[in-house]
Every structure is written in structure tokens, then in C-alpha cells.
Design a protein around this ligand. Structure first.
Ligand SMILES: C=C(O[C@@H]1C=C(C(=O)O)C=C[C@H]1O)C(=O)O
Length: 255
């Protein structure tokens, strides 16, 4: 959502953005799975002389976020930091445009969950368990791009929820007042849309992951990424977390 886009806010435009974000996620996944899991990156403690606690990955990620915060990354309501306590002030001034989201949006951040699922469930599912290849900086750069894309997609649930609330305020209001999470979840869920998403991401994974050659008669070779795994990623984590964000945002929408 660009600044000043409030008037264009519609479920269709938000869904178009989610569709475009699928491309980013799948391309970033294809990049990450070139490398093995590289578990040392996430476990390794740095030498005590470095004065840095935590893993090499955590260090790289925190420093990346801190640098990006200086150039205004987290002034955007689409961006949510993984390490909010470690940010620097932005040298870019805040643009004055009417906020689209309710101010309570700032308190909804599920990045801790995303990071845990990413390291403990996603990486083992998508990457080989071959020995560390020592490409730690490059692997972490891929991780950060991918995690930021996943986080942006999942927290886009705030915009989805806002537009659904504006479109059907009378339906949402009583459940918000009653703080009824299950009823809100039911109301915001569109199963047919979810089925389409799962099919589309599998198809994109097949197309984006195919080997491109100049020889048209070559038999189809195994793609770079398993389309079923991408569909599963959306089914088990991306869509449920997006809906979790939607519910969390709505619960606070009348504060
Ligand atoms: C995002 C939406 O809300 C829900 C979540 C979806 C998703 O994460 O892709 C899809 C459909 C809905 O069940 C939407 O309605 O588009």
C-alpha cells in the first residue's frame, strides 16, 4: 500500500498484491535452496572477544535490520521488524499521509513465530541436510530476503482485515466487541480463495523452477523446487499465519 492509496483500498487490490508477493517468495525460496541447511549458521556462538551474543545468523539479521531502519524501512506499515529492540532512528523523515490501518496495527507482530517455523520446520523441509558448505554470509542473505518477504505477506493480513472490516462493519463489530476469535476467523475465511492460492503457487513453482534450454525437444527435467512443498508451505503456515494476523488486528480494531 503506497502512501495516499487509501482511496484505492479494496479486497481485489489487496489480493493482487498478495498474488505478486507469491512471485517474490517463490523466487527467494529457489535462491535459498541452492544451499544446504547450513545449521552452524543458526547455532554457532561467536567468539566471546566479538562481544556479540547469539548466532552468526542473528547477528547478520539484526545488523541488516538496524541498517535498513536508518533508511526508513520500518516507517512503512507493511514492514515489521524481527528485532524491534535493535533498530536505529530513521534519517528519512516520516511522510505525512493518512494512515490506512488502525494504530493498534503496530502491536501485531508474529515474526517470532515466523522465525521459529522457518528455522525448525521450513528449512529441513526445503533444503538438503548435506554438510555445511561454509557459504554462511550468502545463505544468510537469502534467508533474510525470504524471511522479510514471508513476513510482509503474512502481516499484509492487517490490510486484508481492515478492508474486510470497512466492507462489512456491521457483521464484524459484534464479534469484535465479544472478542470472539473463532467467529472472526470463520467470518474472514474464504475457502475457495485459499484453494486457488494453493493451486496457483504450485503452478508458479513449476514454471519458475523449470530449466530453460534452447533445445525444445528435451524431455521435462526435475524442476528446481517441488511445487507440492510450496503449496504445503502456504497451506500449513503462510495462510494460517495471515489469518492469525487478521484476527489479532480485528480484535484491536475498535480500541
Ligand atoms: C487473505 C485473505 O483472507 C483469508 C486468507 C487467505 C490467504 O492468506 O491467502 C485467503 C483467503 C481467506 O481465507 C483473503 O480473503 O484474500
Amino acid at each position: 500500500m503506497a502512501c495516499g492509496d487509501d482511496g484505492k483500498l479494496s479486497l481485489d487490490s489487496i489480493r493482487d498484491s498478495l498474488i505478486r508477493q507469491e512471485d517474490t517468495i517463490i523466487f527467494n525460496l529457489i535462491e535459498r535452496i541452492k544451499f544446504p541447511i547450513n545449521p552452524s549458521l543458526y547455532k554457532q556462538q561467536l567468539p566471546s572477544s566479538s562481544n556479540i551474543s547469539g548466532s552468526l545468523f542473528q547477528y547478520l539479521f539484526q545488523e541488516t535490520e538496524s541498517l535498513q531502519s536508518k533508511v526508513g524501512r520500518y516507517l512503512s506499515p507493511e514492514e515489521n521488524p524481527f528485532f524491534p529492540d535493535n533498530l536505529s532512528d530513521s534519517i528519512i523523515p516520516l511522510t505525512k499521509c493518512t494512515p490506512v490501518l488502525h494504530p493498534a496495527a503496530e502491536s501485531v507482530n508474529v515474526n517470532e513465530k515466523i522465525l521459529d517455523i522457518y528455522i525448525n520446520q521450513m528449512l529441513p523441509l526445503f533444503c538438503t541436510e548435506a554438510d555445511d558448505d561454509a557459504n554462511f554470509a550468502t545463505t544468510a542473505a537469502c534467508d533474510i530476503q525470504l524471511l522479510q518477504a514471508l513476513s510482509r505477506r503474512i502481516h499484509y493480513g492487517k490490510f486484508v482485515a481492515e478492508v474486510k472490516f470497512r466492507d462489512s462493519t456491521d457483521e464484524y463489530k459484534p464479534f469484535i466487541l465479544a472478542q470472539d476469535k473463532d467467529a472472526l476467523m470463520k467470518l474472514l475465511t474464504f475457502e475457495a480463495v485459499e484453494e486457488m492460492v494453493k493451486k496457483r503457487v504450485a503452478k508458479k513453482a513449476k514454471v519458475f523452477g523449470q530449466e530453460v534450454t534452447l533445445n525444445d525437444s528435451v524431455e521435462e527435467v526435475k524442476g528446481k523446487i517441488d511445487p507440492l512443498l510450496v503449496s504445503r508451505l502456504y497451506d500449513e503456515w503462510v495462510m494460517p499465519l495471515t489469518k492469525f494476523v487478521e484476527v489479532e488486528y480485528l480484535l484491536r480494531r475498535l480500541d
